[in-house]
Design a binder for this molecule. Structure first.
Ligand SMILES: [Zn+2]
Length: 53
């Protein structure tokens, strides 16, 4: 099931790990600028790995 695969990403500010489900390859991105619910603002995230389930 392709819908169950996700990227593990990590907030560089607080270290919170989260799942990101997108339909495209983000492997080449060095960082992602996304909202962090823990920091309550947009922060840079690093990509840890792609999880295929
Ligand atoms: Zn954060």
């Amino acid at each position: 099931m392709p819908g169950d695969s996700y990227w593990r990403i990590k907030c560089q500010k607080c270290g919170e790990e989260k799942k990101l489900r997108v339909g495209y390859d983000i492997r080449d991105f060095k960082q992602l600028y996304l909202y962090c619910s823990k920091c309550k603002k947009n922060t840079f995230h690093i990509i840890l790995e792609y999880v295929r389930s």
